[in-house]
Ligand binder design. Structure first.
Ligand SMILES: NC(=O)c1ccc[n+]([C@@H]2O[C@H](COP(=O)([O-])OP(=O)(O)OC[C@H]3O[C@@H](n4cnc5c(N)ncnc54)[C@H](OP(=O)(O)O)[C@@H]3O)[C@@H](O)[C@H]2O)c1
Length: 320
């Protein structure tokens, strides 16, 4: 099939494009920068340059590709993030820009897809830290979202919800929103290379376990996330899918294992009040109350098989 990937040069896009090409698809990859066209070519796709926030440019780029499927992987989340960003995501440039890409960017891509008669649209969503903080530790796509998230998270959560609703309710094709877990692996925030925004603080023992560390996180290796996305291009009913590994786990379990894999000493432990003071309410809730996600639906309906079914194996062998 002809597949248009917006965000072809991102952490996820760089894994996804070669997988799509290997599955026999013809891929057009969008980037903002003329200088990244060679990267897109090296990944096996034809580059097209457009700013996702410019509706005319997006319409033209999509029209030039005439795709059957559009994949939306636009975010501005790569790169340096500070403790201030975690404390006040609503003031952070990365999160504010990502919110625009998830609302305006989604609208522009959907309009362009409809105009060219595309029949499928697969978008990046995000699952972690969105579930209601009640009930069991692991939740499904059918479970309720947090009705009362920390205020600083509201704009980001609204943008993700907007994307999910806009994509999964299109009437001119099939729309899938993939709720990825926390990415790890090459190029991601756990990356061993410089720029691993989580890896740095973990190594310096500046990423402590807050309170009882009972917040449950769902991880996914970037290669597995791309594989689920490539399958979503080909099949699966419209709707939302959790794209996470088999083992949601509390911070107190996985963080020491990740620290060890990064060659760091075990994380420090700090009480909840100190966590709130140092890192803010959002990070404290993530560390103590978050719920994980079940991947049963994605495995059952997409036939997705993971190379790294657990972060235990993935942290040991797949950090890159
Ligand atoms: N998923 C999450 O919610 C989350 C949360 C925190 C941290 N992280 C970390 O952040 C990274 C996220 O990876 P990712 O693949 O989602 O994002 P990414 O690596 O930042 O890639 C973003 C993609 O969007 C494109 N893009 C951004 N703005 C654009 C615009 N205005 N017009 C056209 N294209 C635009 C970029 O293209 P060009 O630059 O080529 O134009 C790039 O291809 C990972 O390292 C992950 O560990 C993720």
């Amino acid at each position: 099939m002809k597949v248009f990937v917006a965000g072809a040069t991102g952490v996820l896009g760089r894994e996804l494009v070669p997988q799509l090409v290997a599955r026999g698809h013809e891929v057009v990859g969008m980037t903002r920068s003329a200088s990244k066209q060679d990267l897109v070519r090296r990944l096996g796709a034809r580059p097209v340059v457009a700013d996702a926030l410019d509706p005319d440019a997006v319409a033209q780029a999509v029209a030039s590709a005439q795709p059957e499927v559009i994949v939306h992987q636009l975010t501005a989340l790569s790169g340096k993030m500070s403790i201030r960003d975690a404390r006040h995501p609503e003031r952070s440039f990365a999160f504010t820009m990502t919110n625009r890409l998830r609302t305006e960017g989604t609208d522009h891509l959907l309009a362009a897809g409809r105009a060219v008669g595309a029949r499928r649209f697969v978008a990046q969503s995000f699952g972690a830290f969105r579930f209601a903080r009640t009930g069991g530790p692991v939740q499904t796509e059918a479970d309720p979202l947090d009705p009362d998230p920390p205020g600083a998270r509201q704009p980001g959560l609204e943008a993700i919800l907007y994307l999910e609703e806009a994509v999964t309710t299109i009437d001119w094709g099939e729309g899938l929103a993939l709720r990825y877990g926390g990415f790890y692996g090459p190029g991601t925030s756990t990356s061993l290379a410089p720029g691993g925004v989580m890896a740095g603080p973990i190594r310096k023992r500046r990423f402590p376990i807050v309170g009882d560390g009972g917040g449950v996180w769902s991880h996914v290796h970037i290669e597995d996330a791309a594989a689920a996305t490539a399958i979503g291009v080909e099949r699966g009913q419209p709707g939302i899918y959790n794209v996470v590994d088999d083992e949601p786990a509390p911070v107190r379990e996985w963080l020491p294992v990740l620290a060890s894999a990064l060659g760091a000493k075990p994380p420090r432990r700090i009480p909840r009040w100190l966590g709130r003071l140092a890192a803010g309410e959002v990070a404290t809730v993530m560390m103590t109350e978050a719920r994980g996600a079940s991947n049963e639906k994605a495995k059952r309906e997409l036939g997705w098989q993971l190379r790294y079914p657990s972060w235990r194996q993935g942290f040991a062998q797949g950090l890159g």
